[in-house]
Each structure stands twice: as structure tokens, then as C-alpha cells.
Ligand binder design. Structure first.
Ligand code: SF4
Ligand code: SF4
Length: 178
């Protein structure tokens, strides 16, 4: 897995143009069953990819902590919410609460488990967001996530095969596989 993670930024960089263009076309001609297709690809991918061998999201990015997340995590750790905020979080440039440090304080690096797993933020539970409804609204996020998440990368590659888009986005001549 380490090698795959190491190679990911270059692979994403090399495919960037192709993927941006693909999603542009997909937005113009979105199949009705797209969410269903992506969900299937997501499920298939996560039968192969074991997050416990990876944890690259927990090591390199911070989830956003919304009030509910702070309440839940603080309660789980038996801390006052204010103390939790002061100890672990800071505001980012968008004024959202994020972790002060990376890798995540709650990651046990000996086995890649999350010590607050049952009270982890919603953003962590949903990551890499490839099984959410209205996938077509999340294509930019998916491309961004594919830079650090090998599963998201594989899902995008599998989607290109499952729902091929061929043609020029400007004149809207497309062929679609499904
Ligand atoms: S969600 Fe993606 S980046 Fe995070 S641990 Fe799983 S495979 Fe790795
Ligand atoms: S809270 Fe848990 S799941 Fe979320 S980034 Fe930290 S270790 Fe990973």
C-alpha cells in the first residue's frame, strides 16, 4: 500500500486533464442510474481496499468538525466541549474547525485504527464520499480526494470504464456505454 500511496500524486497529475474533461462530459450527459453505478463501484472497491493498511486520509488531511461532531467526540472522551476545542482544534481559512495537527491526533499509528471511531466526525465516516447521493455534484471533491485516497482513485478509473464518455464536450457529441 505504501508504494501505491507514494505513486498516487503523479498518477493523478498525469490523468488530471483526462479526468477533468471526463467529468465535464458526465455532467452534461448524466445517466439516470449514475448514483447506483458509483455505489456499486464503491462497494466493489472497498471489498479490495482495506483502510487499515492505508489511513492516508487520517495521516494527511483533517476532517471538518461541526458542532455535532465536537459534541459527540468530546462526550466520548469525557471532556468539556470547550476543552476539546482548545486542545485539538483550530479554525482554518474558511473559519471551519479542523485538527491542529496531522496525522490526526486520534489515529493510532501502530495499527491505523481510530481511537474515537464510534464518535468520529461525519466527514470521516463518509470519506471518500463516493457512496453519497448526487455524486455528480461531488466530482471536484472526488478528484481532489483521489490525490490522497487510492480507493477514490480506483473508483474514478472504474467509473470511466463503466460509463465511458467519448467525444467533444463543446459540440456535445457523446457516446455513452450505459
Ligand atoms: S478512505 Fe481512502 S485514504 Fe482513507 S484509509 Fe481508506 S483507502 Fe486510505
Ligand atoms: S478522527 Fe479518526 S477517522 Fe477521522 S481523521 Fe482522525 S483518526 Fe481518522
Amino acid at each position: 500500500m505504501e508504494e501505491i500511496i507514494k505513486e498516487l500524486p503523479k498518477k493523478v497529475y498525469d490523468l488530471r486533464k483526462e479526468n477533468v474533461s471526463y467529468f465535464k462530459r458526465l455532467k452534461k450527459r448524466t445517466p439516470k442510474n449514475l448514483d447506483y453505478t458509483v455505489q456499486e463501484l464503491h462497494d466493489k472497491e472497498f471489498t479490495k481496499t482495506d483502510c487499515l493498511t492505508c489511513a492516508n486520509c487520517c495521516k494527511t488531511t483533517s476532517p471538518m468538525f461541526f458542532p455535532k461532531d465536537i459534541e459527540k467526540a468530546a462526550k466520548f472522551l469525557r471532556m468539556k466541549e470547550q476543552k476539546f476545542l482548545e486542545t485539538y482544534l483550530e479554525r482554518d481559512e474558511d473559519d471551519c474547525y479542523v485538527l491542529k495537527s496531522a496525522p490526526c491526533t486520534f489515529l493510532d499509528e501502530s495499527d491505523n485504527t481510530c481511537v474515537i471511531y464510534d464518535a468520529r466526525p461525519k466527514a470521516c465516516a463518509e470519506y471518500p464520499h463516493t457512496n453519497r447521493k448526487k455524486f455528480i455534484q461531488l466530482t471536484d471533491l472526488t478528484l481532489k480526494n483521489s490525490e490522497i485516497c487510492p480507493a477514490a482513485f480506483n473508483i474514478v478509473e472504474a467509473l470511466k470504464k463503466a460509463v465511458p464518455m467519448v467525444g467533444n464536450a463543446k459540440n456535445e457529441k457523446f457516446k455513452r456505454g450505459k
